[in-house]
Design a protein around this ligand. Structure first.
Ligand SMILES: [Zn+2]
Ligand SMILES: [Zn+2]
Length: 323
């Protein structure tokens, strides 16, 4: 009844559905927690004002919205909204939820592990021969201990992957994960680092759309259906989306308030153009972020704000536009 298996090879996205493993997490919740929330429910709306990341303190992407590591999952979540007991041992088998997964996948993975444990016990009972119930219980406990250990191991590994994904320095030197003689890791995703605003002339601080206080601002559609562009700082993005909405409203008035097919087409085009705009400007942001932060240690990941650096960035952005 061995549960040994797991990660002998570097799975680019880990397989969160493999049920195995864990233990010493009790009392070790190092994440900031403010409220309990059912994992099944939608994320609570944080009522923070749309202001940029805490200058002058450092911005740590790990404390903000993080990508789920489950294959094909596009959810982001913040540990700020997970309940205080989210990563504790869970009944009935005292298994943990693994790190690195959105609440939905963490719960699904735990549920699967619980189901396996249950059927394993049933199986032990049915094939017990002359064993006593006590002997079966002891055998089952051995199995569970192994599952807990495996889950703990896997959770730890996933935490490392996630760190590699969001911190530019996580892949360098000593922190690089070694497994079976091979060095491997998740690729750093620049988008989780602070970025400069792309609005011409803006001197705003670098910001991150994954900032706990900004995530919903950048991802929740407004009553108009539009979403603020994540390629602009919160204040420019707000101005921009309001201007776009005024344009839409003006156009609607021009056609006499009737939203006919032609108007609908135009509106869809406006939304499409905005999406294209994001792609274009994000390429420009990526270049700058990679250049400025890609080589720096994580401790230096913080919003930039000097005017000098800013003008240098704008020049770079200008270059990007030409290209
Ligand atoms: Zn997920
Ligand atoms: Zn701006």
């Amino acid at each position: 009844m061995s549960q040994s298996q797991s990660f002998n090879t570097p799975p680019s996205p880990p397989s969160p559905f493999d049920s195995r493993i864990y233990s010493h997490l009790v009392g070790r919740s190092d994440h900031r927690v403010t409220s309990f929330q059912s994992v099944a429910s939608a994320p609570t709306v944080l009522q923070f004002p749309a202001t940029p990341s805490d200058p002058p303190s450092q911005y740590n992407p790990l404390q903000h919205y993080l990508p789920c590591l489950a294959p094909d999952c596009r959810n982001h979540y913040t540990t700020l909204l997970l309940g205080p007991t989210f990563y504790f041992l869970q009944s009935p088998y005292q298994l943990i939820r693994k790190r690195g997964l959105c609440p939905f996948h963490a719960q699904q993975d735990l549920k699967l592990a619980n189901q396996r444990a249950k059927s394993t016990y049933e199986c032990m009972r049915q094939n017990c021969g002359r064993k006593t119930l006590g002997a079966i219980a002891a055998e089952f406990e051995v199995y569970l201990r192994q599952v807990r250990e495996e889950r703990a191991e896997e959770s730890k590994r996933m935490k490392v992957w996630q760190k590699q994904r969001v911190l530019p320095s996580a892949l360098s030197g000593a922190t690089k994960e070694k497994k079976g003689g091979e060095t491997w890791g998740e690729e750093w995703d620049w988008r989780f680092s602070p970025r400069p605003c792309t609005k011409k002339g803006c001197e705003g601080d670098w910001y991150s759309p994954f900032d706990n206080r900004l995530y919903l601002f950048y991802t929740t559609p407004r009553p108009s259906g539009l979403v603020p562009l994540r390629t602009m700082c919160p204040s420019c993005a707000k101005d921009d989306v309001q201007t776009a909405e005024e344009r839409i409203e003006g156009r609607r008035r021009d056609v006499g308030g009737l939203a006919g097919p032609e108007w609908g087409e135009w509106y869809v085009q406006v939304a499409k153009d905005r999406l294209m705009e994001i792609g274009f400007w994000e390429n420009a942001q990526e270049r700058i972020v990679r250049e400025e932060m890609g080589k720096k240690p994580a401790a230096e990941v913080q919003p930039k704000k000097t005017v000098k650096e800013k003008s240098k960035r704008l020049t770079k952005l200008g270059v990007c536009v030409v290209m």
